[in-house]
Design a binder for this molecule. Structure first.
Ligand code: 6GU
Length: 244
């Protein structure tokens, strides 16, 4: 998979050289290219923004540099394979594990990291005539720009690539892969500062362990993320237990 990032703060994406994507790059699984959007400006001040038509606060990213950058990077060029343009924005569709799985099937992802009040909508409308465009949001809060969100999306996608992780089970047993939050986990010692590991986990009874974990997942999900459950399950879990 080829990953391209367009940003006016390339240094923000230095973290791509570390952690999961860094290891994937070292192993040849992904190819990472970070680009400074200002390289596609032509004025002395390397301008990337302007005031919004219709008035209002803040500045809007002007279409020219984006269009030239996409052209220069061959976004939507003939024969460049399945490409998705990912645009992190608080007004995007929620980014989910299902979305990460879909993006993991693409040959190329191009991240358009906007700043200010956003990117002129025509940039995305024009790109959508050539490639799939996905405006995604991490959640209901506002970040100053798309860079941190692009890092988060990258990590969620790259760890799903075939051949990335050694242990396939650790991918399917975790939070959100089965639509529920993960059960609590414990390791040695069995007793620590007066807190004991739940005895069932020391019992050696695999059926009892599985049942306990399933119940913990359901209970946690009902308490923290009732929106993930069917209505009956939410009621079944409500207020039953104090500590989750
Ligand atoms: Cl994807 N981008 C920005 N700028 N802010 C956000 C976000 C994304 N998701 C939540 N807040």
């Amino acid at each position: 998979m080829r990953l391209d990032y367009l940003t006016i703060f390339p240094a923000y994406l230095d973290a791509l050289r570390l952690s999961l994507p860094g290891r994937a790059a070292a192993s040849g699984l992904v190819e990472v290219h970070v680009h400074d959007l200002r390289d596609w400006t032509h004025d002395r001040h390397r301008t990337v923004d302007d005031s919004p038509y219709g008035g209002g606060a803040g500045m809007v990213m002007t279409p020219g540099p984006w269009g030239e950058a996409f052209d220069g990077l061959g976004v939507g060029a003939e024969g460049s394979g399945t490409t998705t343009l990912v645009v992190p924005t608080p007004s995007g569709a929620p980014f989910t594990q299902a979305a990460a799985r879909e993006l993991a099937t693409r040959e190329r992802l191009v991240f358009a990291c906007g700043r200010y009040e956003g990117i002129d909508q025509r940039v995305l409308d024009h790109a959508a005539e050539r490639v799939e465009v996905r405006e995604v949001s991490l959640g209901d809060y506002v970040l100053n720009g798309g860079e941190v969100a692009a890092l988060a999306v990258t990590e969620a996608v790259v760890r799903l690539l075939p051949g990335f992780m050694g242990n396939a089970a650790s991918l399917t047993e975790e939070s959100h892969e089965d639509g529920l939050l993960e059960y609590p986990v414990y390791t040695k010692p069995a007793s620590w500062r007066g807190h004991d590991v739940p005895p069932v986990l020391l019992s050696g009874d695999h059926g009892a362990v599985a049942a306990w974990r399933a119940e913990q997942s359901r209970r946690r999900t009902a308490q923290r993320r009732p929106d993930l459950l069917h209505p009956g399950e939410v009621l079944a879990g409500a207020g039953e237990w104090s500590a989750v």
